[in-house]
Design a protein. Structure first.
Length: 353
């Protein structure tokens, strides 16, 4: 007999990272996990690429001007698994909370590849899995490599079926449906503050429309966590560029909140400013609305429509035959281990400073 989890409190964090500083941002995340847990949260959602920031220079500089910034971001990205992930997992375990957090992830196969990744961490401190953003949006293609269908996964947790998509992916109807069809009832939609959008684009309203639509269509809860943009980020990226500064200072660019199965906002709207919003998640509220519209059940025609999702993990090379080029694999592992060791050393030195 299917049982439903008892109601619990979810928290949506709206905050700015310590820009381009992975060690400090992870420590900030751990302190926010502790704060939210002390306020009763069992699930804590963090913004897109919270560790350690979003490449705003892609929108304000030419690709040539932005290239050195890409290197800075790469150096302050993390390995999965790795010491930064271990620190986040330890914080989740200590708080007895599920954590969903966006990170810049270094690809193990290439010294220079980055992914926009969402990590799922269990309340026991286990790394449940990761989702790599399928398609970087617009200027983001200068920074991130696209993920594959392998990470379109809903995790069956003690608090309920949990899934997530990053920012613009919440516009992708098929990506959203693939999660719904796997039984998703708790959806984390994490975003970045986007003040650099076109003049007629309101980021706050765009986030609200997408979150309400997914909640209403799927009859589920959506936890929206968006980063805020700090003065530190503006000063760092814009410097004395007046046009760049004006773009980054634009208001109405960040929104966080929690939506119920009827598509309505359950919490106060958190706009632009930093903070944490809390809302109760009671999955029994998902049942009655599905009697009207269950798009993964009776309210669909699977004899007419079908969706196929390729969940094969895509690697840059498939080695076949009796012998593999072990030397190339050893070199790759050596690079990955060196990066992880350097990152771990820096993290330990920072802690003991």
């Amino acid at each position: 007999m299917k049982t439903y989890p008892t109601p619990f409190i979810a928290a949506a964090v709206q905050a700015a990272p310590v820009y381009l500083d992975a060690d400090a941002t992870v420590e900030l995340a751990c302190s926010l996990i502790d704060e939210a847990a002390k306020n009763g949260a069992r699930l804590i959602a963090f913004p897109e690429v919270f560790v350690a920031g979003y490449p705003y220079w892609n929108w304000t500089m030419t690709p040539v001007q932005g290239s050195p910034w890409y290197e800075r971001l790469y150096i302050n990205s993390i390995d999965v698994p790795g010491p930064h992930v271990e620190r986040l997992c330890a914080a989740a375990r200590e708080a007895n909370c599920f954590v969903v957090i966006g990170v810049n992830e270094r690809g193990a196969h290439s010294y220079g590849t980055l992914y926009n990744t969402v990590l799922f961490i269990g309340a026991d401190g286990t790394l449940l899995g990761r989702h790599r953003k399928l398609v970087p949006t617009w200027a983001e293609k200068l920074t991130w490599t696209g993920g594959d269908g392998n990470s379109l996964t809903v995790y069956d947790t003690e608090i309920g079926p949990l899934g997530a998509l990053a920012c613009g992916e919440n516009t992708n109807t098929l990506a959203r449906f693939s999660l719904l069809a796997q039984g998703e009832l708790i959806h984390v939609a994490n975003y970045i503050a986007l003040p650099v959008a076109p003049k007629d684009y309101d980021m706050v309203e765009a986030i609200k429309v997408r979150a309400a639509a997914h909640s209403f269509e799927g009859k589920l809860f959506s936890i929206v966590s968006c980063s805020s943009i700090s003065q530190e980020i503006i000063d760092c990226v814009a410097g004395d560029d007046a046009n760049g500064r004006a773009l980054l200072e634009r208001e109405h660019s960040a929104f966080s909140g929690i939506f119920g199965p009827d598509g309505r906002l359950l919490t106060e709207p958190l706009i632009d400013r930093e903070g944490i919003v809390y809302g109760e998640i009671d999955l029994t509220r998902c049942i009655q609305p599905k009697q009207m519209h269950d798009i993964v059940g009776h309210y669909n025609r699977f004899d007419i429509f079908s969706l196929s999702v390729d969940k094969q993990q895509r690697a840059p090379i498939q080695i076949t035959g009796r012998r593999a080029d072990q030397s190339s694999l050893d070199r790759r592992d050596s690079v990955t281990e060196s990066l992880a060791a350097a990152s771990s050393t820096a993290l330990m030195e920072k802690r003991h400073a």
